[in-house]
Design a protein around this ligand. Sequence first.
Ligand code: TRP
Length: 363
Amino acid sequence: MTETTTRRTSPADVLARDTAPTAHLAGAGTRHRVLSGMQPSADSLHLGNYLGALVNWVKVQDDFDAYFFIPDLHAITVPQDPESMVRRTRVAAAQYIAAGIDPERSTLFVQSQVPEHAQLAWVLMCMTGMGEAQRMTQFKDKAAKQGAEAAGVGLFAYPMLMAADILLYQPHGVPVGDDQRQHVELTRDLAQRFNARYGETFVVPEGFYPVNGARVYDLQNPLAKMSKSAASPNGLVNILDAPKVIAKRIKSAVTDDGTEVRFDREAKPGVSNLLSIYAAVTERSVAELEEAYVGRMYGHLKVDLAEAVVERLAPIRERALELMDDPAELDRLLARGAAKAREVASPVLADVYAKVGFLPPAR
Ligand code: TRP
């Protein structure tokens, strides 16, 4: 089913090629596109979202025509409170911008403001097998959490909506976390299936996965990924936390037996997590940091790390809060983003509708 190709994992690899095999579909002479999004399911992004995804998105803007969006349609696949939805959608946008997504250079928008996403999703759902959708591990996990019978059909449809999000923009790359790999593979399968059935339409996109994983683990349980749904908030660092809170969380992170500051995921998961966070926020290498802490204690590492993280996050927090102070301006910005997104998405959807055999749009 899935065509085996060499996986290119970095944007630079793709750029290194003269032309993508499907470049003609994205329009000659245009920069390669990328697209990604993160669900607005908490009041703040956390350090794992920031280092694992957002930092990468910010970099990718230099070389790609980038589309970033807030998948609010995906968010309601599990129950959400309407007021929180509104707040979280805006706060997500504010954090993207504060972290360096430039709405002038990239297209930043909210999914529900571009109706083409839901429209294409329907067509793709009609081309997906029940068995195929049932094999999605994220669906199985989330459905199990809701209780199999209580899980909504939306949760089941989630991957096909995600495929629609992607395919509407003809991106070459989709920078996402490893956990989204199966969804990107399904997207590729659906693109190929559609192309085979109706003629060349979609660019078959590639996942851009973090290479050595700026993966951030819970500060209290360094065997689990940092996650908003963690048992205790003490293991989390949120972008919008006050500097004092951030420092406290880092200083009370669990460490391991022994005293040596050394990277070893197996024997020292706590210290290793702190080291990789430190490396990521300061853009230094882990080896260099190990060297710097020879003969020093965990406590020193924590104090320095707390300072480094606060220094990195404080300006982002301030800028995000400033943007949140003017929701009308933020909404205007997002409306402009949605209009830009529709310029790309709407002809693609029109092409799909015509190929499937729908009558021309009623005018
Ligand atoms: N599923 C992604 C997540 O869990 C969010 C998402 C929805 C997405 N649609 C997408 C990511 C399209 C990349 C491309 O965060």
